[in-house]
Design a protein around this ligand. Structure first.
Ligand code: 13P
Length: 253
């Protein structure tokens, strides 16, 4: 089974509405000049989503949200819902990014509620997992990632499995300039795929794209994506620059 290659940019808490319009215009112009099979998307901050959708219209750039709440509406101050994102023209949503987990205390159980809400609609979820430095050094990578996958994806109907995208982002590699080697990352991707096989069966698991994230740059993207189980990248810092993000798209197989 051929899995789709995905190159996603996570802008985190960066770019105003005006900067979002400019960056997407720059990026879509550069992207138009290259031939790629990859699915390409960027996740701007919530306040700039409407502008991003508008600026990307008619191009190959998809728009994702960085977070979502599981309830469709109601008294939940500060949150944004699945129907709201869908109505805004969003196609993808990150769930359980490590910054959501470590700074905002998001748990595996909450990741699971969000995922189930997203699968109740039409958005494509990108579920993020990954161990901290402390956990890696204690030899707990497998245990931690396994728990995140099992709990985060529990009760997902097998016929929804084909809509899942996962991202392995070792926390120690995020924003640190310290990338996992392609072999190291692939080892964890294989472990994740093994769990997906157990949960959803071989055929479904084989079709789920697993992205790598953590200090991905134009210089290391190709070697990461050349690995057997690395089906794309989730890029933070290097996605804030149209030229470097275009180079990363160009290096997708
Ligand atoms: P950096 O690429 O800046 O390390 O961020 C990775 C990340 O967290 C993407 O979601």
């Amino acid at each position: 089974m051929t899995r789709r290659t995905i190159v996603a940019g996570n802008w985190k808490l960066n770019k105003t509405i005006a900067e979002t319009r400019r960056l997407i215009q720059l990026f879509r112009n550069r992207l138009a000049g290259i031939d790629t099979r990859a699915t390409v998307l960027v996740c701007p901050p919530t306040v700039a989503i409407e502008t991003a959708v508008d600026a990307a219209k008619g191009s190959a750039v998809g728009i994702g949200a960085q977070n979502v709440f599981w309830e469709p509406g109601g008294a939940f101050t500060g949150e944004v819902s699945v129907p709201m994102l869908e109505a805004a023209g969003v196609e993808f949503v990150l769930i359980g990014h490590s910054e959501r987990r470590s700074i905002f205390g998001e748990t595996d159980a909450e990741v699971n509620r969000k995922l189930k809400a997203v699968l109740g609609g039409d958005l494509t979820p990108i579920v993020c997992v990954g161990e901290s430095l402390e956990e890696r050094e204690a030899g707990r990578t497998e245990e931690v990632v396994r728990r995140q996958v099992e709990t985060g994806l529990s009760e997902v109907a097998p016929d929804h499995a084909h809509r899942l995208v996962l991202a392995y982002e070792p926390v120690w590699a995020i924003g640190t300039g310290r990338t996992a080697t392609p072999e190291m990352a692939n080892e964890v991707h294989r472990l994740i795929r093994g769990r997906l096989v157990d949960m959803f069966g071989g055929r479904s698991a084989d079709g789920i794209s697993i992205l790598y994230g953590g200090s991905v740059k134009a210089e290391n993207a190709a070697s990461l994506m050349a690995e057997t189980d690395i089906d794309g990248v989730l890029v933070g810092g290097a996605s804030l620059d149209a030229e470097s993000f275009t180079e990363i798209v160009r290096s997708a197989p």
